[in-house]
Ligand binder design. Structure first.
Ligand SMILES: Cc1cc2nc3c(=O)[nH]c(=O)nc-3n(C[C@H](O)[C@H](O)[C@H](O)COP(=O)(O)O)c2cc1C
Length: 244
């Protein structure tokens, strides 16, 4: 199984997205998948020009020369695409959306009816390509992911991919701290990896495993008060530095 994965956090390997995405990708590799991970921040990908040159002037090829030249053939060949992104203002990061906009050369200009809906036919893609979401957010409630999950499901229908499910982790960024404090969360890390293994074996992610990946790690009142105290300390230190 060929997997193309994106980590769309500008914090790259130091962010909460990596805390979840890396074990998930390890699980895929353990199951035998060939995984290529791309940090979106390192890629040179310009915004779509909207001129449809990739449909009508140079079919299948964008008029712009950048890292999409390298990515498009990999995306066309991938069995699974993994979108790893933090929630930014209730959606994916803008940089990742730019990558998705630039995937339009993978479809043809024609209209067709698919599942009673107007769509574009795929240009090259494997009929069984899947798309999975791995996302983190800063707030505590799982419903922070609702708009993003709805969006990714719509993208799957639009691009003719199968929605392979989502690993969703509120306050992932705090996980190393929570673990250092002795809160038992190894099962949550293991769930990220197990979800990857399950997809890598060609199956579906078990809802019980996904529930463990998303489970409450500390009562939200505790998370809120510890986080606020940390912000307060940072701001007081800043004020002190400014006053020195
Ligand atoms: C510009 C921006 C917008 C954000 N918007 C949301 C949001 O709408 N909901 C939320 O729960 N967290 C939001 N967050 C918090 C991030 O999702 C959270 O900090 C996450 O850990 C960032 O992932 P990263 O550490 O991999 O970069 C936002 C963060 C930034 C920087």
């Amino acid at each position: 199984m060929k997997v193309v994965a994106f980590n769309a956090s500008p914090k790259m390997e130091h962010g909460g997205t990596a805390v979840v995405l890396n074990p998930f990708l390890d699980g895929l590799r353990e199951a035998g998948a060939e995984v290529e991970l791309f940090y979106v921040r390192k890629l040179n990908i310009k915004p779509c020009l909207g001129d449809f040159a990739c449909w009508l002037k140079t079919p299948g090829r964008c008029s712009q020369r950048d890292d999409m030249d390298m990515l498009l053939p990999k995306l066309a060949e991938a069995d699974l695409v993994v979108l790893g992104t933090p929630v930014y203002v209730d959606g994916m990061t803008g940089a990742l959306k730019t990558v998705l906009d630039r995937m339009v050369p993978l479809v043809q200009p024609f209209f067709e009816l698919r599942e009673d809906h107007c769509r574009h036919p795929r240009r090259y893609e494997k009929a069984d390509r899947k798309l999975a979401l791995v996302s983190v957010c800063g707030f505590t409630e799982l419903d922070n992911f609702d708009p993003l999950v709805t969006h990714v499901k719509a993208i799957c229908k639009n691009m003719g991919s199968e929605y392979a499910g989502a690993v969703l982790r509120p306050y992932a960024m705090a996980m190393p701290y929570i673990k250092r404090k002795g809160v038992p969360i190894d099962d949550v890390f293991e769930a990220f990896k197990e979800a990857g293994r399950q997809l890598g074996r060609g199956g579906r992610m078990d809802p019980a495993v996904l529930a463990t990946a998303s489970r409450e790690m500390v009562p939200r009142e505790v998370y809120i008060s510890v986080t606020n105290a940390s912000f307060q300390r940072d701001l007081e230190a800043l004020a002190k530095t400014a006053g020195d």
